[in-house]
Write a protein that binds this ligand. Structure first.
Ligand code: SAM
Length: 292
C-alpha cells in the first residue's frame, strides 16, 4: 500500500517520475502535511452524503483525503500536465472525477448537472491558487449555486480581509460582499513550511457558510455591490466624496445624497470602512427611493 500522496517523499517521487516542475504562474504550492489536510477535511465537516468540488487538485493530496470521507469528489484542474498524474494517484478512489477546467471559465451549473446528479449536500473544499483567490470566491458566490460550505485555504492577508469587521484596516468591499451572504470563520492558520515549494506568505483556512437570513436585503444586488465598490474606490476619501464620484456633482444629486445620509444618520465625513453591511444595504435602498 502506498503512503499518502501528500507525504513529502511521495510528492517528490511523483514529481520526479513525471518529470514535473512547479508552475509558479498557476500558484502551484502543494501541501505535504497529511495532518493539515486532515484538519481541513474536519473543518469542512465532510460526511458521507457530501459531494465536494475541489478547485486545483494538483497531484491529488487533498483530493485523496476528501475521497476517503465524501460521497463524491469533482476536481477541476487547469494544468493539463497533471491529468495523467491524477489518473494514477487517484486510481484507488472510485468516487473521484477529475476534469480539465479553468474554474473561472467553467459552467459550474452544467458540470454539476452532468457529474454530481442528485446531490443532497454540496461543498467546495480547496487549497486555492493564490493569484486568483478573490476572483474565485466572487465567482462562486455569484453563480447562485447553493453551496453548504466553502472551505478554502488562502493567503493569510486575504483571509483577514474576508473576516474583517468595520473600522479595521482590512475591512473593504470584499469583506462586505462576502459577509452580506456568508458567515465567515477562520479556524486555523497554516505555516508556509508545509508546502512544496514554500510560498513567501503564510496561509489560513476560511470556512464560509450561507447565512440563514440576511440582515438586510437590497432592492437590487447588482446596485448594492456597485455602490459598495464605489464607496471603497478611494479609501482615504470621505463617504461623501466617493458618493459624488459615483453619482455626479449636480446640485439636485448632491441634495438627494445629503438627504439620504441624513435620514440614515450617517455623517458625510465618515469613510466607507466605518459602514456596516446593513448600513450599505440601507444606503443602497434609500438612494433608490430618492431616485439618485
Ligand atoms: N490541491 C493541491 C494541494 O493542496 O497540494 C494543489 C493546490 S495549488 C495551491 C493550486 C492548484 O490550482 C494547482 O494545481 C494549479 O495548477 C491549479 N489551478 C491554478 N489555476 C487554476 C484555475 N484557473 N482553474 C483550476 N485550477 C487551477
Amino acid at each position: 500500500k502506498f503512503p499518502d500522496i501528500a507525504s513529502p517523499l511521495r510528492t517528490k517521487a511523483i514529481m520526479n517520475t513525471y518529470g514535473l516542475t512547479f508552475k509558479k504562474s498557476l500558484g502551484q504550492n502543494f501541501l505535504t502535511d497529511v495532518n493539515v489536510l486532515k484538519k481541513i477535511v474536519s473543518a469542512a465537516k465532510i460526511a458521507e452524503n457530501d459531494d465536494v468540488i475541489e478547485i486545483g487538485p494538483g497531484i491529488g493530496a487533498l483530493t485523496e483525503q476528501l475521497a476517503k470521507g465524501a460521497h463524491r469528489v469533482l476536481a477541476l484542474e487547469l494544468d493539463k500536465r497533471l491529468l495523467p498524474v491524477l489518473a494514477e494517484t487517484l486510481a484507488p478512489y472510485d468516487n473521484v472525477k477529475v476534469l480539465h477546467q479553468d474554474v473561472l471559465k467553467a459552467d459550474l451549473e452544467n458540470l454539476l448537472a452532468e457529474n454530481l446528479k442528485n446531490s443532497t449536500s454540496l461543498k467546495v473544499v480547496a487549497n486555492l491558487p493564490y493569484y486568483i483567490t478573490s476572483p474565485i470566491i466572487l465567482y462562486l458566490l455569484n453563480t447562485g449555486i447553493k453551496f453548504d460550505a466553502l472551505v478554502v485555504m488562502m493567503q493569510k492577508e486575504v483571509a483577514e480581509r474576508l473576516s474583517a469587521l468595520p473600522g479595521t484596516k482590512a475591512y473593504g468591499s470584499l469583506s462586505v460582499r462576502v459577509q452580506y451572504q456568508m458567515k465567515v470563520k477562520t479556524p486555523f492558520a497554516v505555516s508556509r513550511t508545509v508546502f512544496i515549494p514554500q510560498p513567501n506568505v503564510d496561509s489560513a483556512i476560511v470556512v464560509l457558510t450561507p447565512l440563514r437570513a440576511k440582515s438586510a436585503v437590497p432592492f437590487d444586488e447588482a446596485a448594492f455591490f456597485k455602490l459598495v465598490r464605489g464607496c471603497f474606490a478611494h479609501r482615504r476619501k470621505s463617504l461623501w466624496n466617493n458618493l459624488k464620484s459615483i453619482f455626479g456633482k449636480e446640485e439636485h444629486t448632491k441634495e438627494s445624497l445629503s438627504e439620504a445620509l441624513s435620514e440614515l444618520n450617517l455623517s458625510p465625513q465618515i469613510r466607507a470602512e466605518n459602514l456596516s453591511v446593513t448600513e450599505f444595504v440601507f444606503l443602497t435602498n434609500k438612494l433608490h427611493e430618492l431616485k439618485v
